[in-house]
Write a protein that binds this ligand. Structure first.
Ligand SMILES: Cc1cc2nc3c(=O)[nH]c(=O)nc-3n(C[C@H](O)[C@H](O)[C@H](O)COP(=O)(O)O)c2cc1C
Ligand code: SF4
Ligand code: SF4
Length: 260
């Protein structure tokens, strides 16, 4: 059994975090350290020599979000086993898992298992739900099973081989929606500051009103989902069309896919 389990994740709306945590529960190590990259200003500076790393990121447009690559930049390892997780909003994970694999292998990890799990889509709203409330109890149980399977494989000495992971090369081209960000209804806003404290890119300022630097907004919706009175919403013609497409075409439940 490895010396310590490290959970390394970026998770603005906490669905990735929930899965990574449950994999660790199933893995059964009592010594767990969290490296939460979500609101880390400087990025991670960490070299691992032993233990197990469980590394989780959300899927943005079929890829690993660029901000995750930046925050993982200072991470490296010498042949430390790693479990990879991508969390997607019930549409598709496309090239995100192979991209994460390539990044993590280049950092010196030995990837022993990977999983694509489903979480509530960032764009999901109460009136237009997409994978609402996922990961649910079944997803969390699946994550624990996955962790337990990885532990038993490591005990049996299986798992040195890199699992086959779906995805294409070159990766899908990145899509950017620069200049789009959630807006605040001043009639509902209480100026509580919660949105600013939740924002992974620190682009929200709250004084006598809420100001957002839209150029650096991820559209992660941590601020809209976390706003206590529901004053903050993401509505833009492109996002609204995307949400509509998701509701119409991605409502059928997808299940986690495990590779090991
Ligand atoms: C900009 C953006 C792009 C996204 N692209 C995809 C996608 O390509 N496929 C998908 O199924 N979900 C997509 N999602 C949904 C997220 O992958 C999903 O909501 C994820 O659970 C969020 O993780 P978190 O809760 O850890 O922040 C996207 C979300 C955002 C904000
Ligand atoms: S979380 Fe909502 S209510 Fe609080 S400051 Fe932000 S927009 Fe206003
Ligand atoms: S302002 Fe943008 S980046 Fe910040 S929490 Fe809201 S959606 Fe995410």
């Amino acid at each position: 059994m490895p010396a310590m389990t490290r959970l390394i994740y970026f998770s603005p709306t906490s669905t990735t975090k929930k899965i990574v945590e449950q994999i660790a529960v199933g893995f059964g190590d009592t010594s767990v350290t969290h490296h939460d990259l979500t609101r880390l200003r400087e990025g991670l500076n960490l070299r691992l020599g032993d233990g197990l790393a469980i590394i989780g990121v959300p899927v943005y447009a079929g890829r690993v979000p660029e901000i995750c690559l930046e925050r993982l930049d200072g991470l490296s390892a010498s042949s430390v086993p790693a479990v990879l997780v991508v969390l997607y909003g019930n549409r598709a994970f496309e090239d995100a898992l192979i991209e994460l694999r390539d990044v993590v292998v280049a950092k010196g990890f030995a990837v022993i298992a990977a999983g694509a799990f489903i979480g509530e889509h960032s764009y999901s709203t109460t009136t237009q739900p997409v994978a609402a409330h996922r990961p649910d109890l079944a997803d969390l149980a699946k994550a624990r099973e996955f962790g337990s399977l990885i532990a038993s494989r490591l005990r049996d000495g299986i798992g040195a081989a890199l699992p086959v992971i779906p995805g294409d090369l070159p990766y899908k081209e990145r899509m950017s929606l620069g200049g789009v960000a959630p807006e605040t209804d001043p009639g509902l806003c209480t100026l509580c500051g919660t949105c600013a404290s939740l924002c992974p890119t620190f682009v929200i300022r709250v004084d006598d009103r809420v100001l957002t630097d839209a150029e650096r907004c991820l559209k992660c919706c941590a601020c809209t989902k976390g706003c206590p009175p529901g004053a903050r919403t993401l509505h833009h013609p492109t996002v609204d069309a995307r949400r509509e497409m998701l509701v119409n075409q991605c409502s059928e439940r997808k299940e986690p896919a495990l590779f090991l």
